[in-house]
Design a binder for this molecule. Sequence first.
Ligand code: SF4
Length: 273
Amino acid sequence: MPPTLRAVERVFCHFWEVPETTSRLIDNPIDDPSAAAPGAADLAGLDELVTRCTACPRLVEWREEVARVKRAAFRDQEYWGRPVPGFGPPDAAIAIVGLAPAAHGGNRTGRIFTGDRSGDVLFQALYDVGLASQPEAWHIDDGLTLHSTRITAPVHCAPPANKPTPAERDTCRPWLVRELDLLRPTLRAVVVLGAFGWQALLPVLADAAWQVPKPRPKFGHDAHAELPATDGGAPLHLLGSYHVSQQNTFTGRLTPAMLRAVLERAKGLAELR
Ligand code: SF4
């Protein structure tokens, strides 16, 4: 939500004595990413701030409800139930941008793509091309590290039916803007998983250090666009891939070989060996 609308909402909430978003899991909440994100001095600081965000009432309610009710297979586990930050080193040359955490994946484990079928496909491919230390990710303390790669999302909370609203996407945008700002010195390629991430990312890139061509590049598997820098630095290579959702991987729309090929291309464009 834009800051002006948020301010109006606060006034009316106060007037009608409607309670603001409350979280049973977060003691020191942040309800305005546009005010908080620019103050993050580094990625570790940004990740900490993201995990305290309560700006989207519907998503706060959903992520905590899922964490309370749980899936039967995980009923003995403590769910994370908070926003899930990006994962990977601060000097990454490649960013992988998905959609949002899965209700029983990242929302359970606290690490993006960790503990779900989509992550199984993604981390196996990252390992195969030398960008991950191991082919599996099942727990936040499983020892997995990424090489020159950071995984993030335009929406940091698990949404109902995997569908964030446009307002939720826009409210979350300042976190991604700041993340890309902090990655700017080393970032050379972005692999976007799916059309939603593509649409969400283009305005962020335009707000950051790169020019987005007009008409905007269209999403497709293996789509590629080179975006010139506006800050005198290196250009950014934008690459598309079908999302690693089960809908795509079970039907063969996205095969492991197709995903590896996109990641290998990103490595080459980012000049990683
Ligand atoms: S989706 Fe983003 S802005 Fe909304 S509550 Fe989660 S972290 Fe905050």
